[in-house]
Ligand binder design. Structure first.
Ligand SMILES: [Zn+2]
Ligand SMILES: [Zn+2]
Length: 266
């Protein structure tokens, strides 16, 4: 222990990291229980997504991938909250204004890097073929995903995705200062729930669920074709900015071929 600089040890706040990890799990469970108990639309969504997931789990290769991700996902969680988050989390409690600012910045910066990784490493970007298309092709085997398909991914992508997210938090903590526990908890739950919701089979496009419906439909457009747009995950901001919004027919010059129609005799 003598070799470890005192300044590094002083910034290793493992208690706050542990509190954040427990709070993330507990709040997620409470929100899900309340959501499905009180909101019929959430209950219906949970029902149809569970039914689709159970059907997919009948396939041994699908179940094997999910089992692998569950096991290693837990290992990555331990590494993240034991070895990375403690250096990015503060013992101080910040004002509500600062927590909100930090949450917005973390999610915007993460989504920007995720957009770049997803478009330029995982897909044919329109300029060149991404070097990790073979990794991401596993996730794209699901052409009409359900909620559980957010974790139907190649092992390399599980590590890379979580690494990118926690790397964003660590990197930003050097710029903005260490984040308070609520900031880490709120952004983690938002990151995780938004990513899962994008894969939801969603039952309604009526008010007040139009935004949730749009996010689900847009990510399903992405899954329908390996050449689809909508590369960001938290919002559609960067796809709008960079011209890769995909309403179901591709984006820019990438237009999906329509099924051929029978020629009508004149
Ligand atoms: Zn993709
Ligand atoms: Zn997906």
């Amino acid at each position: 222990m003598d070799q470890i600089p005192a300044s590094l040890l002083a910034s290793y706040n493992w208690q706050q990291s542990l509190i954040a990890a427990v709070a993330i799990i507990a709040i997620t469970m409470v929100l899900r229980a309340l959501g499905t108990a009180l909101v019929p639309t959430f209950r219906e969504s949970a029902r149809i997504n569970k039914a689709s997931y159970i059907e997919k789990m009948q396939r041994p290769t699908y179940a094997a991938n999910q089992a692998w991700n569950r096991k290693w996902g837990m290992f990555f969680w331990v590494v993240i909250f034991a070895a990375i988050v403690p250096f990015a989390i503060s013992t101080e409690l910040h004002s509500i204004g600062r927590v909100l600012r930090d949450c917005v910045i973390i999610l915007l910066v993460y989504d920007f890097f995720y957009y770049l990784v997803h478009r330029f490493l995982f897909h044919d970007s329109g300029y060149f073929k991404g070097p990790l298309m073979w990794v991401h092709a596993v996730h794209h085997r699901q052409h009409n995903p359900c909620r559980g398909d957010s974790s139907f991914i190649h092992p390399i992508e599980v590590a890379g995705g979580l690494g990118l997210y926690v790397g964003t938090i660590l990197g930003l903590s050097f710029v903005l200062g260490a984040f308070s526990v609520p900031t880490v908890v709120i952004t983690w739950i938002a990151f995780s729930e938004i990513n899962q919701h994008n894969h939801d089979l969603w039952p309604t496009d009526k008010f007040p669920y139009k935004y949730l419906n749009t996010m689900s439909v847009m990510h399903h457009n992405h899954h329908a074709h390996f050449t689809g747009g909508n590369f960001a995950t938290i919002s559609l901001l960067y796809d709008w900015m960079f011209g890769t919004l995909d309403y179901g027919k591709g984006y820019g010059k990438v237009v999906h071929a329509r099924p051929k129609r029978e020629k009508v005799e004149a």
